[in-house]
Design a protein around this ligand. Structure first.
Ligand code: FO1
Length: 474
């Protein structure tokens, strides 16, 4: 078997002594069989070690407050993955509990030869990996199956803007944006593991039941592939112009499948690069998919405090501190935001879209988050509220992309200073006028809050006068 994967995708955590059992791939972030560099590496090592191959997934209850909505999607994806692994004669084991405890026990039980793990910059995931690797004497390897250019290769430090990382990515992309080798089936033994009782697993899982599943969301790798096809066929052309209008169906809507790893960003990038669509649309989409997504992993990997005010750039700390005691025109706590009961129907509509569908249009995510900054008592409380709401309702919650988007909106991470104003200081400001300039806000409001009255302008129409009164908003 020729080396299937670029050695730069591998990160040796520790050498160790191989056991006599199979190579184990601990699937976590990249929940898919095809286009999965970590699984390909485990397959390759099983070949060279002349051993079996086992995929293990550790189901951790209460992962970062995940609700039934998130676990329902995750479990439906895993069910499909188990069935397909069986066809490839690769055994699958669902372990339940804290991975730091249950996985070392499992690895000892089967005398695993080697452990292959996904790369994931989130703190709880890094802690899991650290504790597991400390507890087992076998070789442990981490493979970045999520990024096209492995996060560790793209940059060795926190990048302060997309521009600096983009340059590094563009240099490395040709070597890493390659086609995937096929996953060779296993020869020899046929796995005899009993099929998982997924109904029992779902029923016995302890999690926050207050947010129900999104029935319309089809979880799993095959649904992801179908939706990628639909995006390429119907929404890639025109993407660059439609993407800022929540009334148009212009977005890829792929982020939940990317979050659970049901779909590989590299597969999407290969398909988009080859698609018959205007360069302007393909470039605009790849900027989001490659640069912004890898910038999010770079931020979360190099900034351990990625979900707190401590991650705020110095210029933003200064300006936000200077404006801490500015009077807030409106002040809300978590419950008011959570129930979409602010004075602003546009904001409430965005909150309702997220509550009902488990996603929110990207343009509205920025508006939604910046208004939480404007109407919270402090940037710290705003940050906490935004993460809590995002991770509670978004199907792609608990993700580096989400943490980074919130850090951008509230604390100017990867952004620069703008015109100074109350509360925001020089953090980029957004208001309903900006939305009105881009799309029909009443259509959007009526869609998510049916029967609500047409919105009054919360910002006076600019009277065209050159000099803005101090209260006028940009
Ligand atoms: N990853 C796991 O390895 N085990 C889990 O039990 C688990 C639960 C989970 C629930 C909701 C969710 O959004 C993600 C979850 N993940 C889990 C992690 C996920 O696969 C991603 O690795 C991270 O959230 C993104 O980096």
């Amino acid at each position: 078997m020729k080396p299937a994967i670029d050695p730069r995708r591998r990160h040796l955590v520790h050498e160790g002594r191989p056991g006599n059992g199979p190579v184990v791939y601990w699937m976590s972030r990249d929940q898919r069989i095809e286009d999965n560099w970590a699984l390909l590496a485990a397959r390759e090592d099983a070949f060279w070690r002349e051993r079996g191959l086992c995929v293990a997934f550790c189901l951790a209850p209460g992962f970062l407050g995940a609700t039934r909505r998130a676990y329902d999607a995750l479990l439906r994806g895993l069910r499909e993955i188990e069935a397909e692994l069986r066809q490839r004669r690769i055994s699958f084991r669902l372990l339940q509990g804290n991975p730091a405890e249950i996985l070392p026990r499992f690895l000892r039980e089967i005398d695993a030869a080697e452990l292959v793990m996904d790369f994931d910059p989130l703190r709880p995931k890094r802690e899991w990996r650290r504790r597991v690797c400390e507890a087992v004497p076998i070789p442990c390897i981490e493979v970045d199956a999520h990024n096209i250019v492995p996060c560790r290769q793209a940059s060795d430090k926190r990048e302060w803007s997309a521009a600096t990382l983009r340059r590094k990515l563009m240099r490395l992309l040709p070597a890493f944006l390659t086609e995937f080798p096929a996953l060779e089936p296993m020869t020899g033994h046929t796995p005899t593991d009993p099929a998982t009782d997924w109904e029992q697993v779902a029923a016995s899982l302890v999690c926050d039941e207050t947010v129900p599943p999104v029935r319309s969301f089809e979880a799993g790798p095959s649904a992801a592939k179908k939706h990628l096809e639909a995006f390429l066929r119907h929404r890639l052309t025109g993407y660059d112009t439609a993407r800022n209008d929540p009334n148009l169906d212009g977005q890829s809507r792929l982020s939940p499948w990317l979050h659970f790893g049901h779909l590989s960003a590299q597969r999407v990038a290969l398909a988009v690069s080859r698609a018959d669509a205007p360069e302007q649309d393909r470039a605009a989409f790849l900027e989001q998919l490659v640069v912004r997504r890898e910038l999010a992993d770079n931020f979360c990997y190099h900034e351990p405090a990625y979900d707190t005010f401590a991650a705020t750039p110095a210029w933003a700390v200064k300006t936000l501190n200077q404006h801490r005691s500015d009077p807030r025109e409106h002040l809300y706590g978590f419950e008011t935001f959570d129930r979409a009961e602010t004075h602003d129907q546009l904001w409430n509509a965005a909150q309702m879209e997220m509550l009902q569908t488990g996603s929110m249009h990207n343009y509205m995510r920025m508006y939604w988050c910046k208004k939480i900054l404007e109407w919270s008592p402090s940037p710290e409380e705003a940050w906490e509220t935004a993460i809590r709401l995002n991770d509670r309702y978004e199907l792609d919650g608990r993700d580096p992309n989400g943490y980074t988007g919130i850090a951008w909106s509230i604390a100017g991470v990867h952004d620069r200073p703008w015109q100074t104003r109350p509360v925001f200081g020089s953090i980029r400001y957004m208001n309903d006028r900006g939305c009105r300039n881009k799309f029909n806000v009443d259509d959007y409001r009526a869609k998510w809050i049916p029967g609500s009255p047409a919105m009054v302008r919360t910002t006076p129409k600019s009277r065209g006068s050159r000099t803005r009164s101090p209260s006028a908003k940009a």
